[in-house]
Design a protein around this ligand. Structure first.
Ligand code: PLP
Length: 431
């Protein structure tokens, strides 16, 4: 197959692995080991000095996890990736690699509640200021930028607002200023490849659609390899000045023999090494299994969700339906531009009955699960204001897109009519 670039559907099954050279195993083995026997002392010191690539300790690399990393890098069109313990760890490390005390990040307001908390509280307590801006106007990112801005951050299909982010517009502003755009693509894998639109880095909660079966927590960071960190010298000191935590290495110079991987190398060998948010090899295996059928699952999630949105829109007891298929104007134009093959599996709606109506609806569900997750093969429902977003104050809830009566559905892979029937009986019961 040399010289022929493979389609994502094929990469989902093959990238990063053929068979185990010792046993012939076709399935990726689960390397449940903490450490790796060095050949001799020269080998050990070469590995630690990054003169030779190889396994040292599972906190920073593992052969099973390596296949997952190669596969997601191939699917996203990046050069390398890093798997970590959760989506939260992925967002945190992706930013902490670039920003330290006194620096700032500019982020879209349309965020998952956990990310909002990380940014508004924990990173702030660590001395990293996150400036939140309304993504409707991409120029808001430029306006919020100053000499200490190290990165822009946003979600492709923000959960729960579900208005697609203007990726190319903000990435272009960022590149003109030496600032990378980091995109959380959790809700839109395969539907959108943010690196193609100019994003520098993609992060995932692999817990959701990538794993796809609600079994394993994990996170991924993909380095696009096309952001010119070296040209952004003073803007990106973490990668362009000697790093005392890795015997004075300047990352953009140190990795030159390997490739354009300064960002992801620092994330792995400094942040993951020190903060320790490693994924278990078993979870890496489970997420790999999920990715193998992602291209079959995503269209079904999208098709079922579009049907649910249309059915909800036709009901008098539903006051608002949130799904790109129901949007018009700029929001719809962005969805059409950035999402290919469907509008995603998440649907939001508001009931005429407000908070009480929302609670009664959820209590009346018989098929859909009431859980704090998305992207499962099964259909799920939750009331964000009293759960996932309950630690945000009312203003912050509204900024992220959560009104008091908002109900979020993550539409699964069941037979569409069965999902619709359960939603309709629960709506009737709530009415
Ligand atoms: N990003 C998004 C868009 C999410 O929806 C979530 C979790 O719901 C996360 C990140 C955090 O991921 P995890 O739960 O794997 O830490």
């Amino acid at each position: 197959m040399a010289g022929r670039s493979l389609h994502p559907d094929t990469l989902a099954l093959h990238a990063g692995w053929r068979a185990d050279p010792t046993t012939g195993s076709v399935a990726v083995p689960i390397h449940q080991t903490t450490s790796y026997q060095f050949r001799d002392t020269d080998h050990a010191s070469a590995l630690f000095a990054l003169q030779e690539m190889g396994n040292i300790y599972t906190r920073i690399m593992n052969p099973t996890t390596d296949v997952l990393e190669q596969r997601i890098a191939a699917l996203e069109g990046g050069v390398a990736a890093l798997a970590v313990a959760s989506g939260q760890a992925a967002s945190a490390l992706a930013l902490q690699t670039l920003a330290k005390t006194g620096d700032n990040i500019v982020s879209s307001t349309a965020l998952y509640g956990g990310t909002w908390n990380l940014f508004a509280n924990t990173l702030r307590d660590q001395g990293i200021e996150v400036r939140f801006v309304d993504p409707d106007d991409p120029e808001n990112f430029r306006r919020a930028t100053d000499a200490n801005t190290r990165a822009y951050y946003a979600e492709t299909l923000p959960n729960p607002k579900l208005e697609v982010f203007p990726i190319a517009e903000v990435a272009t502003i960022g590149r003109s200023l030496g600032i990378p755009l980091i995109m959380d693509n959790t809700a839109a894998p395969l539907l959108c490849r943010p690196l193609e639109h100019g994003a520098a880095v993609v992060v995932y909660s692999a817990t959701k659609y990538l794993g796809g079966h609600g079994t394993s927590i994990g996170g991924l960071i993909v380095d696009g390899g096309a952001f010119d960190w070296e040209a952004s010298g003073e803007r990106q000191p973490a990668l362009n000045s000697p790093d005392p935590s890795y015997h004075g290495a300047t990352w953009t110079q140190a990795v030159k023999p390997i490739g354009p991987v300064a960002y992801i190398m620092r994330t792995r060998t400094v942040l993951l090494r020190d903060l320790g948010a490693a994924i278990s090899p078993f979870n890496a295996f489970q997420i790999l299994q999920g990715i193998e059928t992602l291209h079959l699952r995503m269209p079904r999630h999208c098709e079922n969700a579009t049907r649910v949105a249309a059915r909800l829109a036709g009901r008098a007891d539903v006051t608002r339906v949130i799904h790109p298929s129901q949007q018009a104007g700029e929001a719809r134009a962005r969805a059409d531009r950035y999402l290919k093959g469907g509008f995603g599996g998440l649907v939001g709606f508001e009931l005429a009955g407000g908070v009480d109506g929302g609670r009664k609806f959820i209590d009346g569900l018989q098929l859909l699960y009431h859980v704090a997750n998305i992207g499962d093969a099964r259909s799920l429902a939750i009331h964000p204001a009293s759960t996932t977003h309950s630690q945000l104050d009312a203003d912050a809830q509204l900024a992220t897109g959560v009104s008091p009566g908002y109900v979020r559905l993550s539409i699964g892979l069941e037979y569409g009519d069965d999902i619709l029937a359960d939603i309709e009986q629960a709506l009737t019961a709530a009415g």
